[in-house]
Design a protein around this ligand. Structure first.
Ligand code: PMV
Length: 329
């Protein structure tokens, strides 16, 4: 009998309010700065890992497209670790789907690798306790470690695994994803982080300042103080992007439309709205606000010339696992 069974998992994307940007200079993909995130409802990846019945190689299908080259290698590296730990050699077939609003432009690596780790470890009959799942997800993509948990999550400097801080229903906030283009991001986060560390004169001060921003964000979360949280979130965002701007050669993820959205958020704040922006390794903007103001703000963000779409997200759950066909999803 094949020792591999069917494992299924569902994970949600998360957005970092305090950014992870930079790896410790050692093997294992450990973050050089602490990050703090919110896992979001609605932005979901579902993944199934099953015994391979179609040849003697791992096969990976993402949104019905088979993966090859470096993308396949990144998944196979995880599967190899699972095989080694389980003491088996069986190959598997991975089928994964991103159920994101059309072209939301959100990084899917966090939900993607969290779901993959869950489904794979279940398929190989390995330990599926949360800290183990989060540590394995971190090795694949550090932000994925945070998607193992729902709601508010921290990933500390050099940590093996992320830790939950508060459930999603702790604070009724909304996060508006403002899509500014339909084109793909031009530079991957790992490449950009390594380039920043190697060439940016601002990198050391980023690494020194990030823990202070993280501590402030934790205090703001405890106090449910959106003004304070939003203010440090924006500083973390600009500092991360400033590091990359100052690299050699410098690089900007943001576009004129990105900046126009940040201007609109500032204008809304001047009108008394509690709205704060952040940007990741791409040109889109995410706006944090009180849940009850999210629909009104959505309309105002849609007015900005160049904005393609605005999607409302709310705090969401952590990684869910199901064996075989037992899942409702
Ligand atoms: O985990 P990665 O390699 O996809 O990097 C994520 C980097 C940012 O999204 C920019 C910040 C973060 O903390 O998620």
């Amino acid at each position: 009998m094949n020792p591999v069974r069917v494992g299924r998992a569902r994970a949600h994307a998360n957005i970092a309010l305090i950014k992870y940007w930079g790896k410790l200079p050692k093997e294992g993909n450990y973050p050089a700065v602490p990050s703090l995130s919110l896992t979001l409802d609605g932005l979901v990846t579902t993944t199934e890992v099953a015994p391979q019945t179609n040849g003697d190689q791992d096969q990976v299908l993402l949104d019905d497209q088979e993966l090859f080259g470096p993308k396949l290698a990144r998944v196979s590296a995880l599967l190899d670790r699972c095989r080694q730990e389980a003491g088996v050699t069986e190959r598997v077939r991975v089928v994964s789907h991103n159920h994101f609003p059309t072209n939301a432009g959100l990084a899917s690596s966090a939900s993607g690798f969290a779901a993959l780790v869950g489904a794979a470890r279940m398929a190989f009959g390995l330990d599926i306790t949360r800290p183990v799942l989060s540590a394995e997800a971190r090795r694949c993509s550090a932000s994925a470690a945070r998607s193992v948990y729902g709601g508010w999550v921290t990933l500390d400097v050099g940590a093996e695994a992320a830790k939950p801080l508060a459930d999603g229903d702790y604070w009724p906030l909304g996060l508006l994803v403002v899509q500014t283009t339909k084109s793909e991001k031009p530079l991957g986060s790992t490449e950009a982080m390594n380039h920043t560390r190697a060439t940016s004169p601002y990198y050391d001060s980023w690494v020194q300042t990030a823990p202070k921003l993280h501590a402030e964000a934790r205090a703001a979360l405890t106090a449910r103080n959106l003004t304070h949280l939003g203010t440090v979130m924006e500083q973390s965002t600009w500092m991360m992007h400033a590091c990359l701007l100052a690299a050699r050669p410098g690089f900007a993820y943001f576009t004129p439309t990105t900046l126009a959205v940040t201007e609109q958020v500032r204008a809304l704040r001047n009108q008394g709205e509690a709205a704060y922006f952040t940007m990741d390794a791409g040109p889109h903007v995410k706006v944090l606000c009180h849940a009850e103001r999210s629909l009104a703000l959505m309309a105002r963000l849609r007015e900005v010339p160049g904005v393609v779409e605005v999607t409302l997200c709310t705090p969401g759950p952590g990684l869910e696992l199901a064996e075989g066909g037992g899942a409702r999803w």
